[in-house]
Design a protein around this ligand. Structure first.
Ligand SMILES: Nc1nc2c(ncn2[C@@H]2O[C@H](COP(=O)(O)OP(=O)(O)OP(=O)(O)O)[C@@H](O)[C@H]2O)c(=O)[nH]1
Ligand SMILES: C[S@@+](CC[C@H](N)C(=O)[O-])C[C@H]1O[C@@H](n2cnc3c(N)ncnc32)[C@H](O)[C@@H]1O
Ligand code: SF4
Ligand code: SF4
Length: 355
C-alpha cells in the first residue's frame, strides 16, 4: 500500500468517467474539473474502457481496496457496465450518480459487479429539486432509487448538498431514510471553493447538533473522520438523549451500528470545508475523465497525465502523485493571523528571476 508523507494510506481511487452531464446543478463542482455543460455525445478526450481498466489493474498492485466511478454523470457512458465488469475483483465498486439512468440499467450493473451506489437527491420536493438541478427529472430520480434497491445495491446512499435552498428539507430527508431500510443519507456541506457563492453555505455545526439530539448512536468513520448518526424512525418513541451510545472516535470503516438495531437509519455528514481533520484522514486519489491523476479535489496544480504511458510508467506516476499528496486544509492552506486561509509558502512556486 502506498502512504503519503502525512501518513495517509491510499485505499481508494475515484475515477471520473466523463465531464458531461444531463443536469446542470447550480452548485456543481464537477469534482474539480469545470463546467459539465456541453454536448451529451461521447468526446474524444474521455479515457477509453481499456485505459480505465489498465489504471485499475495498476491500482490493485498497490493494494487499493475500492473504486468509485463518478463524473459528470457516469451513466452517460454506454460502456459503464463493461468497465464495471472488467474492474479487477479485488476492488469493491461503487458509483455516484444522479440516478436518472438507473431504471432499466441497475440490474445489469449489479450483474457486472457494482456493489453499491450513491444517488444525488437534494430534496423531497419536485419544485426545489427542479430549481437546484435545473432539470425536470424528479420522477426519474425517484424511479432510479427504486431500481437501485430492487437490483440489490446495498447500501443506497442518498446525497444531499446542504445549502440555503435545501437546508429546510434536511429533517424530512432524515425521516425518509430512517423509515426506509436500505437507504442511507449523506449530508454534504456545500463546497464553495471551486464554485463561488460562499453565501449559500450554512453552518454545518447546527446540523451536527440537531442530529446529535435525535440520534440513538453516534460514531466516526475512518474515512475523513466523518461523523455518523443512527436515527430511529419518528414513531413517537423518544430514543435519543440519555439512551444515546457515546461517540467512539476509534471506530474503523465499520458499516454496522455501534448498537445492533437494523431498524435504524444511518446519516453521515460530509463536511470538508476548512476542515483539517477531514483532510488529515483523506485516503483517496482521483483520476480525471481525460486520464490525469489528481491528488486532491481542491487542487489542479498536482495533475499528472497517464496518456500514452506504459504500465510501469503509470506505476511510477501513481507513486509520484501519492508522494506529492498533502492535506489541503491545515497543510497546503494554512490559517492567516486574521483567521482566513492562505497558500502555505512551501507550496508557492518561486518566481523566475528576471535578470
Ligand atoms: N473536499 C473533499 N470532498 C469530498 C471528498 N470525498 C467526497 N467529498 C464530497 O462529497 C461528495 C459526495 O461524494 P460521493 O461521491 O457520494 O462519495 P463519498 O461519500 O465520498 O464516498 P462513499 O461514502 O465511500 O460512497 C463529493 O462530490 C464531494 O463534494 C474528498 O476527499 N474531499
Ligand atoms: C459532481 S457529482 C458527480 C456524480 C453525479 N453526477 C451526481 O450528481 O451524483 C458528485 C457529487 O458531488 C456533489 N457536489 C457537486 N458540487 C458540489 C459542491 N459545490 N459542494 C458539495 N457537493 C457537491 C453532488 O451533489 C454529488 O453528490
Ligand atoms: S448531476 Fe452531478 S455532475 Fe451533473 S450537474 Fe449535478 S452534481 Fe454536477
Ligand atoms: S486533502 Fe483534498 S481531497 Fe482530501 S479531503 Fe482534503 S480537500 Fe478533499
Amino acid at each position: 500500500m502506498l502512504t503519503d508523507s502525512f501518513d495517509r494510506d491510499v485505499t481508494g481511487v475515484r475515477v471520473s468517467l466523463t465531464d458531461r452531464c444531463n443536469f446542470d446543478c447550480v452548485y456543481c463542482h464537477n469534482e474539480g474539473l469545470g463546467d459539465t455543460r456541453g454536448p451529451a455525445a461521447p468526446r474524444d478526450h474521455e479515457m477509453g474502457a481499456d485505459d480505465v481498466v489498465r489504471f485499475l489493474e495498476v491500482a490493485t498492485e498497490f493494494d487499493v481496496e475500492a473504486v468509485k466511478f463518478t463524473g459528470g454523470e457516469p451513466m452517460l457512458r454506454e460502456d459503464l457496465a463493461e468497465i464495471v465488469a472488467r474492474t479487477p475483483d479485488e476492488l469493491s465498486v461503487s458509483m455516484t450518480t444522479n440516478g436518472t439512468f438507473l431504471p432499466g440499467r441497475a440490474e445489469a450493473l449489479v450483474d457486472a459487479g457494482l456493489d453499491r451506489v450513491n444517488i444525488s437527491q437534494d430534496a423531497l420536493d419536485r419544485e426545489t429539486f427542479a430549481q437546484v438541478t435545473q432539470s425536470g427529472a424528479y420522477d426519474a430520480v425517484l424511479e432510479g432509487v427504486g431500481a437501485a434497491l430492487d437490483a440489490g445495491l446495498d447500501p443506497v446512499k442518498l446525497n444531499v448538498v446542504v445549502f440555503e435552498r435545501t437546508a429546510g428539507y434536511v429533517p424530512e430527508m432524515v425521516e425518509h431514510v430512517a423509515a426506509n431500510p436500505g437507504l442511507r443519507l449523506q449530508l454534504i456541506e456545500y463546497m464553495p471553493e471551486l464554485t463561488g457563492n460562499p453565501e449559500w453555505a450554512i453552518d454545518m455545526a447546527r446540523v451536527h447538533d440537531w442530529l446529535a439530539e435525535r440520534a440513538v448512536a453516534v460514531a466516526n468513520r475512518e474515512m475523513h473522520d466523518r461523523t455518523r448518526y443512527w436515527i430511529a424512525p419518528d414513531d413517537g418513541d423518544e430514543r435519543g438523549g440519555e439512551d444515546q451510545v457515546p461517540i467512539t472516535r476509534d471506530s474503523v470503516d465499520d458499516e454496522s451500528p455501534p448498537i445492533d438495531d437494523a431498524s435504524l437509519g444511518l446519516v453521515e455528514i460530509v463536511d470538508p470545508v476548512e476542515n483539517p481533520t477531514f483532510c488529515a484522514n483523506c485516503h483517496r486519489v482521483r483520476v480525471t475523465h481525460d486520464g490525469f491523476l489528481k491528488g486532491c479535489l481542491n487542487r489542479t496544480d498536482d495533475l499528472r497525465s497517464m496518456g500514452e504511458m506504459t504500465n510501469s510508467e503509470i506505476r511510477e506516476a501513481f507513486r509520484e502523485v501519492v508522494a506529492n499528496r498533502v492535506p489541503f486544509y491545515g497543510e497546503y492552506m494554512v490559517r492567516t493571523d486574521e483567521g482566513g486561509w492562505e497558500v502555505n509558502d512551501e507550496y508557492v512556486e518561486p518566481r523566475a528571476s528576471v535578470d
